[in-house]
Design a protein around this ligand. Structure first.
Ligand SMILES: NC(=O)c1ccc[n+]([C@@H]2O[C@H](COP(=O)([O-])OP(=O)(O)OC[C@H]3O[C@@H](n4cnc5c(N)ncnc54)[C@H](OP(=O)(O)O)[C@@H]3O)[C@@H](O)[C@H]2O)c1
Length: 268
């Protein structure tokens, strides 16, 4: 099994397919400070893209950027809260100023938090989850779209979840937010197709992250792995591999899709 925090871009390049068209592109990865976003940033950088990693944790952003730079990639970081449209507008302007026009957006910021049974859910917490897992995707796309529309060029990858595909005792708010991301992706893809901007969505099932490593006991993790047809949980690199494909011209006739990356658990 490979892990996301692998510092060697060379090793990442070895693990991932190589897409020559990604060289020289500018990519923004929100949620880039850890987990799936950090793995995707490293994979894009290993393919020659200049990457901007975005999140709130400045130390983690600096560490991800340093790892990529040390391995020979081009990376910068910008702190922004993806629930704050103004910060995202500043982020887009700053990245464009430093790295050039944005070609690729991986809008991955978000996260499940603790599942709450719906009868115990509060309106405030519900709104908070919708804000951080759905509205943030709109705010982020909205900040980069003008530049992409102007250039008639770009690809956007959004982040849903297996929770949006079937009920699995995840929190209803999170599932509703992530289902909203799928609908948003389809509509945006349709609107943006005339501008030659593609928009696709990823829907992972359980992917190892800090929370899972910290809170899920080993035995429970084993049982969880056994519940997947492919007998393991996902690794951030599994998702990064799909993001690379959707970012590259290799997927140039694919837009509006949602790709389930779920070890066979979700088959639609
Ligand atoms: N892991 C899974 O099993 C799984 C499955 C399906 C979907 N997903 C989705 O994949 C994405 C990444 O998940 P992960 O497992 O890699 O999570 P993670 O390790 O917890 O990372 C979450 C990332 O999102 C960022 N983030 C969260 N809220 C933000 C906000 N308001 N503004 C800016 N950044 C924000 C965090 O940045 P800071 O900490 O720097 O703020 C962090 O980089 C999420 O959207 C999650 O819902 C994960």
């Amino acid at each position: 099994m490979t892990h996301a925090a692998d510092p060697s871009t060379q090793e990442v390049a070895h693990r991932h397919a190589h897409y020559p068209d990604l060289a020289g592109r500018t990519a923004v990865i929100t949620g880039g400070s850890r987990g799936i976003g950090a793995a995707t940033a490293a994979a894009l950088a290993a393919n020659g893209a200049a990457v901007a990693v975005v999140g709130r944790d400045k130390n983690a952003l600096a560490a991800v950027t340093a790892d990529i730079t040390r391995a020979g990639g081009r990376a910068i970081w910008t702190a922004a809260d993806c629930t704050k449209p103004d910060e995202l507008q500043d982020m887009a302007a700053s990245v464009t100023g430093q790295l050039g026009p944005i070609d690729i957006l991986a809008a991955f910021a978000g996260g499940n938090g603790m599942p709450v049974p719906t009868d115990q859910e509060t309106p405030d917490h519900w709104r908070q989850v919708i804000e951080s897992d759905l509205n943030s995707t709109f705010y982020t796309a909205h900040a980069v779209l003008p530049g992409m529309i102007e250039r008639h060029h770009g690809t956007i990858i959004t982040m849903s979840s297996a929770a949006a595909r079937q009920a699995a005792r995840s929190a209803a708010a999170y599932a509703a937010a992530k289902a909203g991301v799928i609908a948003f992706t389809r509509h945006l893809a349709d609107e943006m197709a005339p501008h030659r901007i593609r928009v696709n969505c990823l829907a992972p099932s359980t992917v190892e992250n800090d929370r899972i490593r910290t809170w899920v006991p080993k035995e429970q993790l084993k049982a969880l792995a056994a519940s997947f047809p492919l007998r393991r949980i996902g690794q951030p690199d599994d998702i990064a591999a799909a993001a690379l494909f959707l970012a590259s011209d290799a997927s140039s006739w694919i837009t509006g899709t949602t790709l389930d990356i779920a070890g066979g658990k979700i088959m639609i």
